[in-house]
Design a binder for this molecule. Structure first.
Ligand SMILES: [Zn+2]
Length: 184
């Protein structure tokens, strides 16, 4: 009886649809997570390059100082020029870093929307499961009530068991065999 109940069928397909939405949302979140991870790794390597450039800049300025003290103006200028190149490179790395953080920020609403859709699908699935259980319970009760309407009584003539339904308009008092006269 539960196999062809329309309400049960409907709730089952609602559960399946919610599950598909949960799977989609999860894979969206996984892919966003992977993209985030990639950006974080890029930021790490930018940070590494920034630290490296800062070291070079310090070295060049120390060299500038040493050259000035040695009154080697030509080399001092040379090191100044190098320091400036490193500073320019540093500036470019800061810009790259900024754009990477912007990329991370842009992933936030996408992640939030996937999370919201995951939550609502989970809620829908849970409600469909509850409704499914409740419907199954009702069908069970209906089935039990229906079974309880089937009763037995003895044939008035031969005493054989007669099964009858209480809703029948006419409840027989003799069995089929006695009615047809096949029994003597
Ligand atoms: Zn009978």
């Amino acid at each position: 009886m539960s196999g062809n109940d329309h309400e049960l069928e409907r709730l089952k397909s609602e559960m399946d649809a919610a599950q598909r939405e949960i799977d989609t949302a999860k894979s969206r979140m996984d892919s966003i997570g992977a993209r985030r991870e990639g950006i974080r790794r890029e930021i790490e390597s930018v940070n590494y390059r920034i630290a490296d450039l800062k070291r070079h800049i310090d070295e060049e300025y120390r060299a500038v100082k040493v050259c000035y003290e040695a009154r080697d103006k030509l080399h001092a200028e040379n090191h100044k020029y190098n320091a400036q190149s490193y500073r320019d490179a540093l500036q470019r790395e800061y810009e790259i870093k900024k754009s990477l953080y912007e990329k991370l920020d842009m992933l936030k609403p996408e992640f939030e929307s996937a999370l919201a859709s995951l939550r609502s699908a989970k809620g829908r699935k849970q409600r469909a499961i509850e409704a499914f259980k409740a419907r199954l319970q009702i069908l069970k009760q209906q089935n039990e009530m229906e079974r309880a309407k089937w009763k037995e009584k003895p044939c008035r003539i031969c005493g054989a068991v007669i099964r009858y339904h209480v809703d029948w308009a006419h409840i027989p008092s003799v069995c089929k065999a006695c009615k047809s006269g096949s029994r003597h």
